[in-house]
Design a protein around this ligand. Structure first.
Ligand SMILES: *[C@@H]1O[C@H](CO)[C@@H](O)[C@H](O)[C@H]1NC(C)=O
Ligand SMILES: *[C@@H]1O[C@H](CO)[C@@H](O)[C@H](O)[C@H]1NC(C)=O
Length: 426
């Protein structure tokens, strides 16, 4: 007598009393059936996955009604937003087709009541006041999502965000926790590993064609960064361009570089470093000063700001002033890099492996969001709190104050009131 499958607990022992041979056969048939069943389950799972993916892609076509996106005011004075002038462009960001294509874009305010999404650039005289927004609320489609789009950090947000409490559904801008994250440079994508082919391009000496050290361009005067630069210039040469340059050249005329011209571009390429110093210290806030330097890829940015640079940039692709106890320490490090091409090139080494991928197509993102089956109501009752100096600024500033103090930079940089900025005549 042999009691089958006791060890596997498949059957109750008393129900079966079989010979050794048939037990073996039965065991194999069960294994076989189990194998087939799991195979079928896996196939069906994969099939489902494929179908649901197709359904997402097909939200575009005839099956779902088109969504209307209304762009309500200008972007820096352009009625038609650059790159988004037509529906075609909206759905094919920078020439790359969006996954979801059923959005139509309009600049016609009369379509407000029909719009599913209304986009406002919340900056400058062209932005509607609270009173004006309340007035057009009457025509608002109750299922629509209004977007508050702002690239300025809270100090420079005009009109002030608190004026718009309880009016908007989504936020868009440089903050990583915005509903739609849009970096300061729209070309900025996420880091991707290069292909083998790309990796095989020979690495060049980035110091080779450079005969100048550091440049800086400042147009908004009176910020903390100026004091840092003044001190830095006691140790090494920094060429300062821009509106505030005359403060740095007592009797001499400051150097001039007409931004945007080919001549100026060629000139700036000769520098090894650029001071990507922000005027404000707010979470996630980096301006084009940083991103354009990385995108250009010729110069190493020396950064000062409130963003978490470790999160947005690759190791060694930048130099952070907060990593040096004193301004003189930074100057010494720069001198060292200036004399050691190998060490200087370490700051470009990330380029061997990494490249910036496709830009984040925010028009596509909006279209996906408004079509999403998970679409939930949302509104910013306290936009002013979400976008406030108190709640989001001052990051990494204490460390910088300590550095300034230790370096002997005179007050009033430690004044609590001047969280980021102070007007002072130098
Ligand atoms: C999705 O659209 C494509 C092309 O328009 C079509 O070939 C495909 O069958 C569609 N899929 C579904 C699941 O409707
Ligand atoms: C959008 O925000 C407004 C104002 O807070 C609110 O009344 C409306 O219900 C919100 N809409 C959606 C779809 O969440």
């Amino acid at each position: 007598m042999y009691k089958c499958f006791i060890e596997n607990n498949f059957f109750f022992e008393e129900t079966m009393t079989l010979s050794r041979n048939s037990a073996k056969k039965l065991r194999y048939s069960v294994y076989f059936i189990l194998l087939v069943v799991s195979f079928i389950i896996i196939l069906r799972y994969l099939g489902n996955k494929k179908i649901s993916r197709e359904l997402v892609l097909n939200t575009t076509n005839e099956n779902i009604e088109p969504k209307l996106i209304l762009i309500y005011n200008t972007l820096w004075g352009s009625k038609l937003w650059t790159g988004l002038e037509t529906t075609e462009k909206w759905n094919n960001w920078g020439g790359h087709p969006c996954k979801v294509q059923n959005c139509r874009v309009t600049y016609n305010k009369k379509l407000l009541s029909k719009a599913d999404v209304v986009l406002f650039h919340a900056f400058g005289s062209d932005m509607l006041t609270r009173r004006e927004l309340l007035k057009i609320q009457k025509d608002r489609n109750p299922n629509s999502y209004w977007i508050y789009f702002l690239h300025e950090c809270p100090h420079n947000a005009k009109p002030e965000p608190y004026l718009y409490d309880g009016l908007f559904n989504w936020t868009m801008g440089y903050r990583h926790d915005a509903d739609i994250f849009v970096p300061y440079n729209w070309e900025w994508g996420s880091w991707e590993e290069k292909s083998l082919d790309e990796k095989s391009t020979p690495f060049r000496n980035h110091a080779e064609d450079k005969d100048k050290l550091i440049w800086s361009g400042i147009s908004h005067c009176g910020c903390m960064r100026e004091h840092y630069i003044h001190k830095l210039r006691e140790f090494i040469n920094v060429d300062v361009f821009g509106n505030c340059a005359n403060k740095f050249y007592k009797d001499k005329t400051p150097p001039v570089c007409q931004r945007g011209t080919a001549e100026c571009k060629a000139r700036l390429k000769r520098y090894k470093f650029y001071l990507a110093f922000e005027n404000s210290f707010c979470e996630d806030y980096v301006s084009e000063k940083f991103s354009e330097t990385i995108l250009d890829g010729h110069t190493v940015p020396i950064v000062m700001g409130g963003a978490n640079y470790k999160k947005i940039a690759l190791p060694n692709s930048y130099i952070d002033v907060n990593d040096f106890d004193t301004i003189e320490d930074l100057a010494n490090y720069i001198k060292y890099l200036d004399e050691n091409d190998n060490a200087y090139n370490k700051h470009f080494e990330y380029k061997k492996t990494w490249k910036l991928g496709k830009p984040r197509a925010w028009s596509c993102k909006i279209c996906e969001m408004i079509n999403s089956i998970d679409l939930k109501p949302k509104s910013y009752e306290k936009l002013g709190d979400w976008y406030s100096v108190q709640n989001t600024c001052g990051t990494r500033l204490n460390k910088l104050r300590k550095i300034m103090h230790k370096s002997g930079v005179p007050h009033p940089y430690t004044d609590e009131y001047y969280l980021y900025d102070y007007e002072v005549d130098v």
